[in-house]
Design a protein around this ligand. Structure first.
Ligand SMILES: [Zn+2]
Length: 203
């Protein structure tokens, strides 16, 4: 029987991966409710969220920002198109349209900007790696929600590897279409073929 509530309470560590199914230009009621539900399920627990979503909404949803890493960047920040400097600027800070250092245009600070200025997430990434290290051989729940193949090296493949190596882990992979689980995870892998935002609201 699937029982996500029990799996959450039975775990020492909860790692949440959020992907494309959560990305949205605007905050809908459904999305907001899903974030709130998720947050309530894990608050006061030892959790970490890694998100490839670039809309930045999660930072306004009451999660502990010290427990979030967004390696693909954030539409709400700008960088120099030429990546001449490690600086990033929040949109609307009167920064203008060109880099104050070199005069190149400013572009959104996401992985889609090449070269990508990684300043915005690297320190959190180190914290994430240390946190993940602590979860070795401990009861780890990996909750992968709506992650497809846009950037599989960030969440999807590392989560599979972590679940494979940690015999006390469970990996939920929830996705409307890309829900397949590798065979080598045996009963640690749980595939849920449902849109992950809807699923979060339903469990
Ligand atoms: Zn520049």
């Amino acid at each position: 029987m699937l029982d996500i509530g029990r799996d959450i309470s039975d775990s020492d560590f909860i790692l949440i991966g959020l992907g494309e199914e959560w990305e949205s230009c605007e905050m809908t009621e459904e999305l907001q409710a899903a974030y709130e539900k998720l947050r309530k399920q894990i608050e006061n627990r030892d959790y970490f969220v890694v998100t490839t979503v670039m809309d930045g909404w999660i930072h306004k949803m009451g999660f502990d920002n010290k427990r979030i890493v967004a390696p693909c960047g954030n539409w709400n920040y700008m960088q120099c198109k030429a990546a001449c400097c490690p600086d990033i600027w929040m949109k609307g800070e009167g920064i203008g349209e060109v880099c104050p250092k070199c005069g190149a245009p400013l572009v959104e600070n996401t992985v889609e900007s090449k070269p990508y200025v990684e300043t915005g997430y690297l320190s959190q990434w180190q914290i994430y790696m240390s946190w993940l290290q602590k979860s070795l051989n401990r009861k780890l729940l990996l909750l992968e929600l709506g992650v497809g193949f846009r950037t599989p090296t960030v969440i999807r493949w590392p989560f599979e590897k972590t679940a494979y190596l940690n015999l006390k882990s469970r990996l939920y992979r929830v996705h409307e279409k890309l829900f397949q689980i590798p065979d080598n995870l045996e009963d640690r892998g749980i595939s849920v073929p449902v849109n992950s935002v809807e699923w979060t609201l339903s469990v």
